[in-house]
Design a binder for this molecule. Structure first.
Ligand code: CP
Length: 320
C-alpha cells in the first residue's frame, strides 16, 4: 500500500544527484534528516512503502559490492522494483553507443536511474538524456555523492553534531571519488577537514583553501576526531606511484597506536573495500568500537532510501 502523503512537505531543489554540487545547503539538510528518519524506521520496523509501483533502472558499468547492493536494499525497503542492466551482456558489445544505449533504456520509462561509470562525468551525460532523476553511484575520481552523505550520517550518529569536528582523510586523495565528494560535503557541514597523503597522491588543487594538507600522519593526525582511510586506486593510476603496499603501510597504514595519535576517542572510517595490511592492520580492522565500517555500510541503506524517496517523489507530498 502506498503511504498517505501530506501536501506541505519540504522538497529538493536538485533534479539529479550527479555530485554534491547539485545540492543546496537545505537539500543536504533534508537528505540527512530523512536518512536519520529512515535509520530509525528500519530499526523500528516502520518503513513506509513510499516507492510502491515505481521502477528503478540500475546501470552499473563498473564493479560494486556496497553501493549497488545498498541501493537495491533501499529500493526494496521502500517498495520499488529494481531492473538491473548488465553492460557485459548488453548491445554495447555489438557497437551501440553509450548515448544511444541510454536513450533506449530511458524510453522504457524508468522512474529513476542509479548508475556507476568509470568515465569522468558520465552521469552528467545520462542526466541530459534521461527524463527521470539520475543518481550517481560513483564516476571516475570525480564524485561519489551518496558515499559522502552516508559518511556524514555515520559521523552525525556517532558524534551527535559534526559542526566544528575535525576529520582527516588519509591516502589516495588524487584518485578517490570518495575524497572528492567528502571534500565538497564535509566543509559545508562545518567540519574542519584535513587531507594526509604522500606528495604523489595529493592533488595540486583542493576544492577549498580551508582544507589543510599534510604529508605525514605525525603532523596531520593530532586532534582529529575522526579519520577516513582510502584504498590506493591503482586502476586509476597511469603508472605505479607507490613503491609497494608494504612501504605504503609503513608510512600511512592505520594501527591503534596511530589512531591514538589523533586521540583516544578518535574513530576510523573507510568507504570500503579496505585492504588489510595496506590501509589498516588486522587488530584495528577487527575493533569495531574504533572502526565504524559496519555502521557506514548499515547507514548506506537509509541514506539511499532518503535519496530515492526525495528525488523520486519530488513534487509529491511526503508522509513524513
Ligand atoms: N564504497 C563503495 O563505493 O564500495 P563499492 O565499490 O563496493 O560500491
Amino acid at each position: 500500500m502506498q503511504a498517505e502523503r501530506r501536501s506541505d512537505s519540504p522538497s529538493l531543489s536538485a533534479r539529479n544527484l550527479t555530485g554534491i554540487d547539485d545540492l543546496s545547503d537545505s537539500d543536504i539538510a533534508l537528505i540527512l534528516s530523512r536518512a536519520q528518519f529512515y535509520a530509525d524506521a528500519l530499526r523500528d520496523g516502520t518503513v513506509p512503502r513510499v516507492l510502491e509501483g515505481k521502477i528503478i533502472l540500475s546501470l552499473f558499468f563498473e564493479d560494486s559490492t556496497r553501493t549497488r547492493t545498498s541501493f537495491d536494499v533501499a529500493a526494496n525497503r521502500l517498495g520499488a522494483d529494481v531492473v538491473h542492466w548488465n553492460a557485459e551482456t548488453s548491445s554495447l558489445k555489438k557497437g551501440e553507443s553509450f548515448e544511444d544505449t541510454v536513450r533506449t533504456l530511458s524510453a522504457l520509462g524508468p522512474d529513476a536511474i542509479v548508475m556507476r561509470h568509470k568515465e569522468f562525468g558520465a552521469p552528467l551525460t545520462v542526466a541530459k538524456i534521461a527524463a527521470c532523476p539520475v543518481i550517481n553511484g560513483g564516476d571516475s575520481w570525480r564524485a561519489h555523492p551518496t558515499q559522502a552523505l552516508l559518511d556524514a550520517l555515520t559521523l552525525k550518529r556517532h558524534f551527535g553534531e559534526i559542526e566544528g569536528r575535525t576529520v582527516a582523510i588519509i591516502g589516495d586523495i588524487a584518485h578517490s571519488r570518495v575524497a572528492s565528494s567528502n571534500m565538497e560535503l564535509l566543509p559545508r557541514l562545518g567540519v574542519k577537514l584535513r587531507v594526509i597523503a604522500p606528495e604523489v597522491l595529493m592533488p595540486e588543487k583542493l576544492p577549498s583553501d580551508d582544507i589543510e594538507k599534510f604529508t605525514t600522519l605525525e603532523d596531520g593526525l593530532p586532534g582529529a576526531d575522526a579519520v577516513i582511510t582510502l584504498r590506493l586506486q591503482k586502476e586509476r593510476m597511469e603508472s605505479a606511484l607507490i613503491d609497494s603496499d608494504a612501504a605504503y603501510f609503513k608510512a600511512f597504514g592505520m594501527t591503534h597506536e596511530r589512531l591514538d595519535l589523533a586521540g583516544k576517542d578518535a574513530v576510523l572510517l573507510d568507504p570500503g573495500p579496505f585492504l588489510r595490511g595496506v590501509q589498516i592492520d588486522d587488530a584495528l580492522a577487527d575493533d569495531r568500537s574504533r572502526f565504524l565500517y559496519d555502521r557506514q555500510v548499515a547507514n548506506g541503506a537509509p541514506t539511499r532510501m532518503a535519496v530515492l524517496d526525495l528525488f523520486m517523489n519530488k513534487g509529491a507530498s511526503s508522509p513524513l
